[in-house]
Design a protein around this ligand. Structure first.
Ligand SMILES: [Zn+2]
Length: 577
């Protein structure tokens, strides 16, 4: 243990030969004179800051002291200065805003990281933009056997669906595979269809559809599991490919101020990548990884895999925790499971990926073991089934505090909104998914129709009915950068401020509520609220220093926020001061 003496005081203690014999006693006296004897010296003090703590009891402070990776004190600059020693590193925040590190409650970290080295179509608003991004990538990567990309959205295409002809004009010599931003559909060229042997005679797979033209010819659009007919041909990235990619992903997360993520697909399967990084001390984002389980439910192999992984990974950096299930598709392509048919599609209510019976049985089995279940449920029918299953699951869990989550929850039936609060089910929303940019949300609105549109992404209603929110990105569906998400959460407008007054502004949340959902709300959703999510003495020293006071700027400028410093466990992992 280090001596806890303020340096200027020690200097005044006369060290005469006689006194040396009594040094321990003298030091004890010096400590008592300088500060309380139990006051340790901080490793780091961040001071001259506007600290928004997310601690309801004391929301604002001026400084924090850090020792051994945890917060020693949070308070006024004067109070915190008492923990200063000669060795203390002082960070002058220059009066800027400090927040708890942000938590992303829904990511696919490996695919997000790998995606950083593919065509990025996210945010492309016109077909011309889509074309030029693919063309540039293909030209810049002549050695790539496949041209892969991700991030397109339906409305940029004529008829809201992509077509192989457009892609053939840009890439004819190599197979091309472009995933939709929502991850539920893909767009391929003729070369890829040929390689996969997909033609007019190919039947649709169980949970998928090969989109065909009037003559029955595949158009190059593949929905849900039909994408697998092509994607399975793409060479798998190696362990080293993934390791290199995840290193880039970690740097990107740190640059955006993200300190903890809930990995809901891919992380469990690639746990070895994260274990290697943890071993190296290179893991700069804390990771909760859920195991993905397919219908009809867990096998013995699943249980074994879970127990083995959990035994290896259960600390504050890397923890296997909980299960991810997927109950339906998405509204944008008419595959989300709805109680009533899609607008203008009398025959189509989407489809559940599980039978109700199997799904309920699986949820109860996981909950009985005390495991949290996070289910992708987007349509109102899928959400209702999840709530029903969670109600029974909580009974199976007994006293265990499982905190089941519904991922996305995009269109909740009005009568189901109060059930989130009543059952303690967490609504895990991704604010950027409600970006009212027409190229993003147009087909969602068309397919839902006017009545169901009114309850789209009902963040505020869930909160008002006593429910809990956890916000995230679903990276790589959208950027892992949380700042545009925060802006959309409070404005319900696209990043250019449209539409005027906001899309369904009754579902907006306040900035404090949005920050909570990106911090303490996420920590709670990952069973980490005792250690994370707010800046309070004793919690982990995970914090960020940002370029502007988001509580004091025009809400339309929140997305411009730059993270100047990210600290995780007392260590600076990003520094752009
Ligand atoms: Zn996801």
């Amino acid at each position: 243990m280090r001596l806890m003496i303020e340096p200027q005081r020690t200097a005044r203690v006369p060290l005469r030969p006689l006194a040396l014999l009594a040094l321990p006693a003298l030091l004890a006296f010096a400590v008592a004179a300088a500060c309380a004897p139990d006051r340790p010296a901080a490793d780091t003090i961040v001071t001259n800051a506007k600290v928004y703590t997310v601690d309801a009891a004391r929301p604002w402070a001026e400084a924090v002291a850090v020792k051994d990776g945890r917060l020693l004190a949070v308070g006024t600059a004067r109070d915190v200065a008492r923990y200063k020693a000669a060795t203390t590193q002082i960070i002058d925040a220059g009066g800027r805003l400090v927040l708890p590190g942000l938590e992303d409650s829904h990511v696919h970290f490996v695919s997000g990281s790998l995606n950083m080295a593919a065509v990025d179509l996210a945010g492309a608003k016109t077909l011309e933009e889509v074309r030029s991004r693919i063309r540039d990538f293909a030209t810049a990567n002549p050695q790539a056997a496949w041209i892969q990309g991700r991030g397109w959205m339906y409305p940029v295409f004529p008829g809201n669906m992509p077509d192989k002809g457009i892609l053939d004009e840009i890439v004819a010599d190599r197979p091309a595979y472009m995933r939709c931003a929502d991850g539920h559909s893909s767009w391929v060229n003729t070369k890829a269809l040929e390689l996969a042997g997909i033609d007019r005679r190919t039947p649709d797979p169980g949970n998928g559809r090969i989109v065909r033209d009037a003559k029955g010819e595949p158009t190059g659009a593949l929905l849900e599991d039909a994408s697998g007919l092509v994607s399975r041909l793409i060479p798998e990235p190696t362990f080293d490919d993934k390791l290199a990619a995840v290193r880039r992903g970690l740097a990107e997360a740190a640059r955006r101020g993200v300190v903890r993520v809930h990995g809901l697909g891919g992380e469990f399967e690639d746990l070895a990548v994260f274990e290697r990084l943890r071993q190296e001390g290179a893991l700069t984002v804390r990771m909760t990884a859920a195991m993905w389980v397919e219908a009809p439910g867990p096998t013995d192999k699943d249980w074994r895999a879970y127990d083995e992984a959990r035994a290896r990974c259960h600390d504050e950096w890397l923890a296997v925790d909980g299960i991810k299930l997927m109950l339906d598709g998405v509204i944008d392509s008419g595959t989300g499971a709805m109680l009533d048919p899609y607008e203008g599609q009398k025959e189509n209510k989407g489809k559940l990926f599980w039978t109700a019976e199997d799904y309920k049985k699986a949820v109860a089995a996981f909950n009985a073991k005390g495991l949290q279940v996070s289910t992708h449920s987007i349509g109102d029918a899928a959400i209702r089934l999840s709530l029903d299953a969670y109600e029974e699951g909580q009974r199976a869990a007994g006293a265990a505090d499982v905190r089941n989550k519904i991922e996305h929850a995009e269109d909740i039936a009005a009568s189901d909104i109060p059930r989130f609060g009543a059952l303690g089910v967490i609504a895990s929303f991704q604010p950027l998914h409600a970006n009212p940019e027409p190229a993003w949300i147009g087909s969602w609105i068309e397919n839902a129709g006017p009545e169901r549109e009114q309850r789209a992404f009902a963040w505020k209603a869930v909160l008002a009915a006593g429910g809990r929110l956890a916000f995230g990105s679903d990276w790589p569906v959208v950027t892992i950068d949380p700042w545009p998400g925060l802006q959309v959460a409070v404005t319900r407008q696209d990043l250019d401020g449209r539409p005027e007054g906001g899309w369904l502004p009754q579902h907006r949340v306040s900035l404090a509520e949005a920050v909570h959902a990106y911090t303490l709300g996420g920590a709670y959703a990952m069973h980490r609220e005792k250690d994370e999510g707010s800046l309070e003495a004793g919690k982990l020293a995970d914090l960020i220093l940002v370029s502007q006071d988001i509580f004091d700027v025009d809400p339309h400028k929140i997305a411009e926020t730059k993270v100047l410093l990210t600290m995780v466990g007392g260590r600076i992992v990003h520094d752009a001061r």
